[in-house]
Design a binder for this molecule. Structure first.
Ligand code: MN
Length: 255
């Protein structure tokens, strides 16, 4: 199968996996940059991720304009994706979600979301929270313009993840496999962290900056491939193996 066809199949698969793991429900979305034209990206038409099919995949530019065939109404929040791709050339895939255990941390000002388990380390120790009201006042909280998308991307900075107050989050990755992995493990980290806080007295020990960095460097290649293969099976989607040897500095085994 040619690379572009495989990429679009993997984008459908990413939708199904994120739905299966409750990162998205009827809402939320995942996109991938067009490797043949980096100023464009692919995203489904406005449809629940578990229902997304190959024919729903639409190409957009940074400003959210449809390029070519338009199979249906686009997501009103597609500006999140275009603005992140515009600001971050190395980002190849983006997820926007209302991940249920993550949302409480978007409104909690004292207890921050930080990784407590090694698989969740790549979300990073310094996760910013974007508040749409800071610049745009009273809104319905949806990111429905290029201006809003760019303000969110500015808050994200060089982090992998940004929380969105009273809404959800945006997650970035260098591939669909990475962004799906990060989104699933951020939701799990949030669930486990809430439980750790609920245990009562005593402080929560987070991963140190050194531990986060050591894990983030290794969280690639084989580990992402192992997760992706399993999640393809769970969702009964075709699995297209990819090379997992990403060169020096990356894990060649299960980290
Ligand atoms: Mn949303």
């Amino acid at each position: 199968m040619i690379e572009m066809a495989m990429l679009k199949e993997d984008l459908v698969t990413a939708n199904r996996i994120l739905s299966h793991h409750n990162v998205v429900d009827s809402f939320g979305h995942v996109s991938v940059r067009n490797p043949e034209n980096p100023a464009h990206y692919f995203l489904s038409r406005a449809r629940a991720p578990n229902c997304v099919e190959l024919g729903d995949i639409t190409e957009f530019d940074y400003q959210g304009n449809v390029i070519g065939h338009e199979p249906g109404k686009p997501y009103s929040e597609r500006f999140i994706h275009g603005s992140v791709y515009e600001a971050r050339p190395e980002v190849m895939a983006v997820v926007h979600n209302h991940s249920p255990n993550v949302v409480p941390f978007t409104v909690q000002t004292k207890k921050k979301m930080r990784p407590i388990m090694h698989m969740c380390a790549p979300i990073g120790n310094d996760i910013p929270t974007w508040d749409i009201a800071d610049k745009f006042g009273t809104t319905n909280l949806l990111v429905t313009s290029v201006d809003m998308g760019r303000d969110l991307a500015c808050c994200l900075g060089h982090q992998r993840v940004a929380l969105m107050r009273g809404h959800g989050s945006v997650v970035t990755g260098k591939s669909l496999r990475e962004v799906v992995f990060l989104s699933i493990y951020m939701e799990l980290n949030a669930e486990m962290l809430i439980k750790a806080y609920q245990l009562g007295e005593g402080d929560v020990t987070f991963l140190s900056d050194g531990e986060v960095n050591a894990n983030a460097a290794g969280r690639a290649g084989f580990t992402l491939e192992r997760g992706w293969e399993n999640w393809c099976k769970e969702t009964e989607r075709p699995y297209f193996p990819q090379t997992w040897n990403m060169g020096p500095g990356f894990s060649k085994s299960d980290a």
